[in-house]
Unconditional design. Structure first.
Length: 367
């Protein structure tokens, strides 16, 4: 029996990676120009897969330092991770690390340790890091890149979390150091788009105009249709383009849900022939997500916010028009603005639309 060729909920590269050639080319062009990047993406749009594929394709030319801020609670953890990941990526073997760091971390009160598995580790800060500690560590990627004559790319995932560590003071210090680095390019990304916009696009933001913005949207439908058909064929099945198009009508090219529904469809029939098969696959996908949708709904305590979610699910981009507000009983434009702000902070909506297309489908089923 052939293995299901569609993967979702995990990082994919190589033959499992779909399209994104434009985004890959944009990333490479900016890095070649030594221009830092802020990558805007909603959740489940394949940001991690894009970055993993980019690193895979360009690993011979660049040394990549990947730092995930998700789950970090303070700046000490971030600083420790910068040291550990940078030294591992640039210096490689443990025996090279002590020699490579000699003289580069003169004042930072960090101790390098080797774990029982033979990997490099950092003994955590026992006291609050000083401005001198922070500056020295932030400059480490640049110093190592220069010393080893390597082209280094540092990727910060879930970078919006840094804004909660030490207010804007840490962010401003990071910018002041990074803008002096001529041998390192930085990629900033995260799943809370509105926070990243505040940091990079608003005049008061610490990283205002520091990085070139790249938007990660849905994958073009034509490319995804070709991918679905080819993957069915590669697994010994068959799939007509018109049925692949039915999947894309539901997902709009959303990577996670397109792969999930295609996965469900492959389990239903290796060579689906009718639209009802796609409808059943969609129904199965919604059912699998039902628990998370219920949680999002039940933790939305405001009745007005619930009404606004249903309204946007039915009429995306309804905005603040009098007709839209009256039709869905949203009281006034000021009430809508308040509801919108709260829902954006939770990552449920963005620019007057439901971020998750299957959540929107589920919301429409409530009415």
């Amino acid at each position: 029996m052939s293995m299901n060729p569609f993967k979702y909920g995990t990082i994919v590269t190589g033959e499992d990676f779909v399209d994104r050639e434009k985004e890959l080319a944009d990333l490479l062009r900016e890095i070649r120009s030594k221009k830092s990047i802020v990558l805007y993406s909603d959740r489940r749009l394949g940001k991690s897969s894009l970055l993993s594929e980019f690193m895979r394709r360009n690993s011979k030319k660049y040394r990549f330092v990947f730092i995930d801020l998700y789950g970090m609670t303070d700046k000490s953890q971030l600083l420790e991770e910068i040291v550990e990941k940078t030294t591992s990526a640039v210096l490689g073997k443990v025996e090279n690390i002590a020699a490579g760091l000699w003289g580069l971390l003169k004042s930072a009160r960090l101790r390098l340790v080797v774990t029982p598995e033979g990997k490099l580790g950092i003994e955590p800060f026992k006291v609050e890091p000083t401005p001198g500690d922070i500056t020295e560590i932030l400059d480490l990627p640049e110093k190592l890149a220069k010393k080893k004559r390597k082209q280094v790319v540092v990727i910060f995932d879930e970078f919006q979390e840094a804004s909660s560590f030490d207010g804007v003071s840490l962010l401003k210090l990071m910018r002041s150091r990074f803008q002096q680095h001529g041998n390192v390019v930085y990629i900033f990304c995260g799943s809370k788009r509105h926070v990243l916009h505040q940091m990079f696009d608003e005049r008061e933001g610490a990283f205002y105009k520091f990085a070139r913005p790249i938007e990660l949207g849905n994958i073009p439908r034509v490319d995804f249709e070709k991918f679905i058909v080819s993957r069915f064929r590669s697994a010994g099945g068959s799939m007509k383009r018109d049925l692949a198009a039915e999947i894309l009508k539901v997902t709009g090219g959303h990577p996670y849900y397109t792969q999930q529904i295609a996965h469900e469809l492959f389990d239903i029939a290796r060579s689906p022939k009718q639209k009802q098969d796609v409808e059943l696959a969609v129904s199965n996908a919604v059912e699998h997500q039902k628990a998370s949708f219920l949680y999002a709904w039940e933790t939305t305590k405001s009745s007005l916010q619930r009404k606004y979610l249903v309204a946007l699910a039915k009429e995306p981009g309804g905005g603040y028009s009098y007709e839209f507000i009256q039709k869905f009983g949203l009281r006034s434009s000021s009430h809508v603005q308040k509801a919108e702000k709260s829902l954006e902070a939770r990552g449920l909506i963005e620019n007057g639309r439901i971020v998750d297309p299957i959540f929107a489908l589920w919301l429409r089923s409530l009415a």
